[in-house]
Ligand binder design. Structure first.
Ligand SMILES: [Zn+2]
Length: 73
């Protein structure tokens, strides 16, 4: 029950997140804005496709990399 363990964003999935999907919806967000979904190994492709077909997916990085970036600057 630790809130330090990020959980996959896929509906109904309780697996620990491994990936961060950074996305932006140009219809409602300014270009530099980044929304994020978390994904476990199993759901990374599914969630990436969901965003990709809508032209909203910007990048997919591992959670440790994302967090290390957030720590900078
Ligand atoms: Zn999942």
């Amino acid at each position: 029950m630790s809130d330090e363990t990020p959980i996959c964003s896929a509906k109904g999935c309780r697996a620990a997140a491994v990936w961060v999907l950074a996305w932006n919806n140009p219809k409602i967000h300014t270009p530099e804005r980044r929304k994020t979904w978390l994904a476990c190994e199993e759901h990374r492709e599914h969630l990436s496709q969901f965003l990709g077909v809508r032209g909203m997916l910007k990048e997919v990085v591992t959670l440790p990399e994302w967090e290390s970036r957030a720590g900078e600057s």
